[in-house]
Design a protein around this ligand. Structure first.
Ligand code: ARG
Length: 395
């Protein structure tokens, strides 16, 4: 007899809540196990998912993966200056980890089928499917397979007494983890529509930010942030505190026309205050400690790393190889960066490192350590071939 147990990746939002009765009524599963993975989304969301899972499913798990997410996804992404089309990725980083946690529970529960609530239009279906297929699971995706709309889902949820917060007063689809908050759907789907202030939760508008500059210091060890304003903080506390500081200064908003993996262009709005600051600080520190050759090549590596991370192809062998290269470069990325936050903007004020390649003694206008006459020898050969060609054209 075919097994009728399914493990569902569960956020407690509209899509995944509607999945539960659909998996029973439409697909005929008789045992539904929900799994909520805590990747640093607001605590109320984790509580909501836990309560709903317990109420609606046959068995529920809430997995705390915050520190794992930071150590295995966010820190590597800082080291690789991870960004896609100019914004720091968040959802993309968390999806593979969430999928791996679902697989662990499916193994424990002895289930052969896993389910997710992703639509057939976005990136998340591909990121989840990649991990699930790699682990050999059968996948059920009701939203995608039944071609459902949000409007239909809201009615269906009401008919099944499923509490949903989506409605006229909250028409957006939001995805959050501690690195990034994304808002899409509703009226935002018109790229010309000006985003209303109420969609934002982590940042104030630049106009509402204080009129005074707030200065902060970030310290890095091996490419990873370790201290904020002189205080050593563990990953989650660090990121949450920096989200608050940068957010209250209006730093870290992004309104994107984004190219999804499928090729669809989408309008997506993001808030990522800590990520904006940490990526800017990290890039700046790299400029002090890495060689010109390393910087130029790493730029290409970072781009490729980001493309694979955006697609969620974290088991692609190239991804491991790129990570190995990045890790080697980060051994020297130690030091401090001072930053000014002011009304939505960020300026690096200064940076320092014991591993810096900057030599004031050599470069200073005031020093005589370098005999400037030596540059004449260099200059004699500088651009030699172009000069030869130019001169020969003259005759
Ligand atoms: N566009 C982003 C990505 O693909 C975020 C998608 C978030 N999903 C959402 N329901 N808001 O990584």
């Amino acid at each position: 007899m075919e097994q009728k147990r399914v493990v569902l990746a569960f956020s407690g939002g509209l899509d995944t809540s509607v999945c539960i009765p659909l998996l029973r009524e439409h697909y005929g599963f008789d045992e539904i196990v929900t799994v909520a993975v805590d990747v640093g989304q607001p605590e109320e969301e984790v509580i909501r998912a836990t309560e709903k899972g317990r109420m609606l499913a046959d068995n529920h798990y809430t997995i705390d993966a915050k520190e794992k997410y930071i150590a295995e996804c966010i820190f590597p992404s800082i080291k690789a200056n991870g960004s896609y089309e100019g914004y720091p990725m968040g959802t993309a980083l968390a999806r593979p980890l969430i999928a791996e946690e679902i697989v662990k529970i499916a193994e424990k529960e002895g289930a052969f089928t896993v389910a997710h609530g992703c639509t057939g239009k976005g990136n998340d279906q591909l990121r989840f499917d990649f991990i699930f297929r790699s682990a050999g699971y059968k996948i059920v995706a009701p939203m995608r397979e039944m071609n459902l709309t949000r409007e239909w889902e809201i009615c269906y949820a009401q008919e099944h007494n499923i509490p949903v917060s989506v409605g006229k007063e909250n028409p957006y689809s939001v995805d959050e983890n501690c690195w990034s908050r994304s808002i899409e759907g509703g009226r935002l789907e018109d790229p010309a529509f000006h985003p209303p202030e109420e969609i934002y939760a982590w940042t104030v508008s630049p106009q509402a930010a204080p009129d005074a500059v707030e200065k902060i210091r970030i310290e890095f060890e091996q490419g990873v942030p370790v201290a904020l304003n002189g205080e050593r903080l563990p990953g989650i506390a660090f990121i949450r505190e920096l989200n608050r500081i940068a957010g209250r200064n209006g730093v870290g908003r992004n309104d994107m026309i984004e190219d999804r993996i499928l090729g669809l262009k989408a309008r997506e709005i993001y808030e990522h205050p800590a990520a904006t600051v940490l990526l800017a600080a990290h890039r700046d520190l790299e400029r002090l400690v890495l060689t010109r050759s390393e910087l130029a090549f790493k730029h290409i590596v970072d781009d490729k790393w980001s493309e694979l991370a955006y697609m969620g192809l974290v088991h692609e062998p190239l991804f491991y190889a790129l990570n190995a290269f990045v890790d080697t470069t980060q051994e020297r990325v130690n030091g401090a960066v001072d930053i000014a936050l002011y009304k939505g903007g960020l300026t690096v004020l200064g940076r320092s490192s014991d591993a810096g390649l900057y030599s004031g003694d050599l470069v200073s206008f005031d020093s005589t350590t370098i005999d400037q006459n030596h540059a004449v020898g260099f200059s004699n050969y500088f651009g030699l071939q172009a000069r030869l060609l130019k001169n020969s054209k003259k005759c």
